[in-house]
Write a protein that binds this ligand. Structure first.
Ligand code: PLI
Length: 467
């Protein structure tokens, strides 16, 4: 089996490992309609209505197309308040593929982040991580923690072609631990295929070094497993000694070197809703199992219906297959290479779940406090009906101490590719539209923020064009 898989992987072209049984019709709108729609949405693509969108690249979260087997699984939903069969099935699949001893289901990733942060963080603790993720950092902060970025410098440089931009910089981590003491570092938050860096993997060599360091200082490693199957693919492709291992084996090797994880199953696991917390420690598990009933639901469903857990169990099995991952990475790379060929500045190397437009180079004439990435996402929507997402100054929020915009080095627009949803032809259309916009980039103007919510402002903030 493995030999055949490896040969498939070595083929130069790829194709979707499925055929299409049902389609969802798309609606094309006019430019005038979209102009009205974006004004009503305060120039925030999160506030636009999906009915006004032509190609939806807002997120790869909960937007996957499920397989016939997953849909069949939905019919096997054991909708019991307690002890659902689907929970035990999911538990066995998570144990088999991810390897953790204990599973606590949650409604989605941030539910798991809430539990983990509340259990592990004490007020004034420092939580190092390989770059922030919006909801992850917020839950750390709400639990009284202070996030510290310990990712390698290359991750903040969109033009760097370093192959493992998700790596932890052990010197940064050691400097933090030396300064504050290991007893004030409850865990390190390690994300697979770092979202905010452009979908960039860590290497197994880096994880091995991290494990060694953390063992010496008694610091647990908690994985954000959301896109770790995609991270495993890159390890296989790029790291010495992994070319003949399967994605499934590599995933397990990663998890075996960590102490637990939070998971948004809405990405890698090919479902529209769901998540979990998993760990090996008896005491942490007991606390999570107790806390989940406060925020999510009983510990055998945690905010999911039985049918959702069944679909997830099947989704995990499909996600780790070589054919699925080859098509997934192949499609994202296809779009990225088209944009590169036309000279459009994007984050390098091309990641797994999205193409990130490098807006500092795309719109150098717009100051970061006029939210250039937000402006570009709005403009792309107006021109084409393609919905993308800002990942820059708006997403980064304000420094809790100074109250100033964080002005991150990465000012990006994310064209996120849902799994198994769009075709190569859709990617061609997206490339054409982005290239058109790039050719008239000087005409694009910045925005001012006219409403700013307290938490995760990027979701609901409103903007107006600067005259
Ligand atoms: O959206 P949730 O609550 O299921 O998961 C939160 C979450 C945690 N970690 C990482 C790496 C994520 O990417 C993530 C959610 N990401 C979203 C919604 C996205 O559009 O990227």
């Amino acid at each position: 089996m493995r030999r055949m898989d490896t040969q498939t992987h070595k083929k130069r072209t790829w194709a979707e490992p499925y055929k299409i049984k049902m389609v969802e019709l798309l609606r094309m709108t006019t430019r005038e309609e979209r102009l009205v729609a974006i004004r009503e949405a305060g120039y925030n693509t999160f506030l636009t209505r999906s009915r006004d969108v032509y190609i939806d690249l807002l997120t790869d979260s909960g937007t996957s197309a499920m397989s016939d087997r997953q849909w069949a699984g939905m019919m096997l939903g054991d909708e019991a308040y307690s002890g659902s069969e689907n929970f035990y099935h999911l538990e066995s699949v998570v144990r088999e593929y991810y390897g953790y001893k204990y599973l606590v289901p949650t409604h989605q990733g941030r539910g798991a982040e809430n539990l983990m942060s509340k259990i592990l963080i004490e007020k004034g603790d420092y939580v190092p991580g390989n770059m922030y993720f919006t909801t992850t950092r917020l839950h750390q902060e709400l639990a009284g923690g202070i996030f510290v970025d310990v990712i390698v410098d290359e991750a903040h440089e969109p033009e760097s072609t370093f192959q493992f931009k998700g790596n932890v910089d052990l010197r940064k981590l050691a400097a933090l631990v030396d300064e504050v003491g290991a007893n004030h570092v409850p865990y390190i938050s390690l994300e697979g295929n770092v979202n905010m860096a452009g979908g960039q993997p860590f290497s197994m060599a880096n994880l091995r070094e991290l494990r060694l360091y953390c063992d010496q200082h008694d610091i647990p490693i908690m994985l954000d497993a959301t896109r770790t199957i995609e991270n495993a693919w890159f390890i296989r492709e790029r790291e010495d000694g992994y070319a003949r291992k399967t994605v499934r084996e590599i995933l397990r090797e990663i998890c075996d070197m960590t102490d637990g994880c939070t998971m948004s199953a809405k990405k890698d696991a090919l479902v529209n809703i769901g998540g979990f917390f998993a760990c090996n420690d008896d005491e942490v598990y007991q606390k999570a199992q107790n806390l989940v009933v406060v925020y999510e639901g009983l510990h055998t469903y945690g905010g999911m219906a039985g049918r959702d857990m069944e679909a997830m169990a099947q989704g995990i099995r499909e996600a780790v297959t070589e054919e699925h991952m080859a098509a997934r990475i192949g499609q994202v790379r296809y779009l990225g290479q088209k944009l590169e060929a036309a000279g459009v500045p994007i984050v390098e190397p091309i990641g797994s779940h999205a193409i990130f437009l490098d807006v500092r180079r795309f719109l150098p004439h717009i100051d970061q406090d006029e939210y250039p990435a937000q402006a570009l996402a709005a403009e792309l929507f107006i021109e084409s009906g393609i919905r993308s997402m800002e990942r820059g100054n708006v997403s980064a929020g304000r420094d809790p101490v100074t109250g100033e915009n964080r002005r991150p080095r990465l000012e990006l627009v994310r064209l996120t590719i849902p799994r198994r949803v769009y075709t190569q032809a859709h990617m061609d259309v997206v490339a054409e539209c982005v290239i058109d916009l790039y050719q008239r980039r000087e005409q694009i103007r910045g925005l001012k923020m006219v409403y700013e919510p307290e938490y995760l402002r990027f979701f609901q903030a409103r903007f107006e064009p600067i005259a």
